[in-house]
Unconditional design. Structure first.
Length: 277
């Protein structure tokens, strides 16, 4: 297949160790854009010297998954783009199979590979199926359908791909899952070793913020409030309990949950940015 039709976009943040295996699995089968959420010029120079088919864009700071992906996608010159997590490894035929499926289904918006996390779906080994959403670790996009409107940049972390799929389906767009396409997602952290407590606080804050924002956006404020209320009460009680028994680590994690929910409820942007260096 013609690799000139496809560009791979990978967002990284201190992900050098994970990224190496991903890049080796792509080889020279497509152009690659790596969007690094920092100002790491050494990282950029190393990558571009090592891979002739790779361009590295530095964002200058941690802009989040949605913003960084949009930067990469808006620099793509090909008809199709494949958004990958840095902790993925492509099967040797994955890129060819993505392109074959794209050619057979000209009206598609998104294509995803099969995933072990989709056990509830029953499909034949080599038969593509239309679905409502696909996993975010590997998303193949038909760029002409999007008109430069990709991920919602209000999301910093979590729900970006769910929101994208939701918007595609609302427009009547086709999303396919192709079980013949094999992309292994290691499932480990996409960043190198950092403070576990900082990472957990970051994840909990943004998970709660994004959960409320997503439901408010698509189902309205009242639905989002009812959806998040049990989590808010649970987090509030656990902050009190862990304060009493002096467990600072868990108290801080549940406080981040409370803060994420509250900030999303009052309409504040996703501002929480702990240092994860």
């Amino acid at each position: 297949m013609d690799s000139n039709e496809l560009t791979v976009v990978i967002v990284t943040f201190n992900s050098e160790l994970k990224l190496a295996d991903c890049l080796r699995s792509i080889e020279h089968k497509a152009e690659i854009i790596v969007v690094e959420n920092s100002d790491n010029k050494t990282f950029k120079k190393k990558l571009e010297n090592q891979y002739r088919n790779l361009k590295c864009i530095l964002t200058g700071g941690n802009k989040g998954y949605a913003v960084a992906n949009n930067i990469g996608l808006k620099n793509v010159k090909t008809s199709y783009a494949l958004v990958l997590n840095p902790d993925t490894i492509l099967d040797k035929n994955a890129i060819d199979n993505f392109l074959i499926t794209a050619k057979k289904n000209h009206n598609f918006w998104l294509i995803g590979p099969a995933s072990d996390q989709m056990n509830d779906l029953k499909f034949e080994a080599n038969k593509i199926v239309e679905v409502d959403n696909i996993k975010g670790f590997a998303i193949f996009l038909n760029l002409q359908m999007f008109k430069n409107e990709f991920f919602d940049e209000n999301f910093f972390l979590y729900f970006e791909e769910i929101d994208l799929c939701k918007r595609v389906k609302k427009k009547g767009g086709k999303i396919y899952l192709d079980p013949s396409i094999k992309v292994r997602h290691t499932g480990a952290s996409s960043v190198n070793k950092i403070s576990n407590i900082k990472l957990e606080k970051n994840r909990n804050w943004h998970w709660m913020w994004s959960t409320f924002y997503f439901h408010k956006k698509h189902q309205g404020f009242l639905f989002a409030l009812l959806k998040i209320l049990p989590k808010f009460i649970s987090a509030f009680m656990k902050v009190i309990i862990y304060s009493i028994i002096i467990n600072k680590k868990k108290r801080d994690i549940y406080y981040c949950r409370l803060s994420g929910i509250f900030n999303s409820m009052i309409g504040k942007k996703s501002w929480y940015r702990p240092s994860l260096d």
